[in-house]
Design a protein around this ligand. Structure first.
Ligand SMILES: [Zn+2]
Length: 137
C-alpha cells in the first residue's frame, strides 16, 4: 500500500489538487456520466491510448466524486487493465483502487505543501459538485 500513497502524493504534488475531477481533466482522462446497469457505480476502460471513466448517472454528486476517485485509482495504478477483462485479479485491484481513493481524500495542497488529514477534516471535501468538464448524456 506504500506504493499507492506514494503515487497519490506524487499526483497531488504535481497537479496541486486532490480533486478527482480536476485530476482526470489534467491527466486527459475522459469522464462520462451515463446510464449504467443497476449496481454498477463506475467502470474504468481504456481504448487505445485513451483512458475513460464511466460513472452511473443515478448516484448523487458526493457518490460520483467517490466513484471518480476509485476509477481514477484504476486509471493510475492499473492503466492497461480494462476492469471487466481481469476477473482473476479483480479483488486485489479493487482493494488498491479503494486505497487510492481513501488516500486521495486525505491529502491536500496548502501553500505548495502537501498535508495529510484525518477523517473528520476530509468530510467537507466530499461536498463539492463535479465541474463543467463532466458530460451528461
Ligand atoms: Zn474498481
Amino acid at each position: 500500500m506504500e506504493r499507492i500513497s506514494q503515487s497519490v502524493e506524487a499526483l497531488v504534488r504535481k497537479y496541486e489538487t486532490n480533486d478527482p475531477w480536476d485530476l482526470c481533466e489534467k491527466l486527459g482522462i475522459i469522464v462520462i456520466i451515463t446510464d449504467l446497469p443497476d449496481g454498477v457505480h463506475g467502470v474504468y476502460h481504456r481504448v487505445g491510448e485513451q483512458q475513460i471513466i464511466f460513472i452511473n448517472k443515478w448516484v448523487d454528486t458526493v457518490q460520483m466524486k467517490m466513484i471518480c476517485a476509485h476509477e481514477l485509482g484504476h486509471a493510475v495504478l492499473h492503466e492497461n487493465s480494462n476492469m471487466c477483462m481481469r476477473l482473476d485479479s479483480a479483488i486485489e485491484l479493487e482493494q488498491e483502487a479503494e486505497a487510492f481513493k481513501s488516500q486521495l481524500f486525505h491529502v491536500r495542497m496548502f501553500n505548495s505543501e502537501l498535508k495529510v488529514f484525518g477523517h473528520d477534516e476530509i468530510v467537507e471535501f466530499a461536498n463539492l459538485a463535479p465541474n463543467s468538464f463532466i458530460m451528461d448524456f
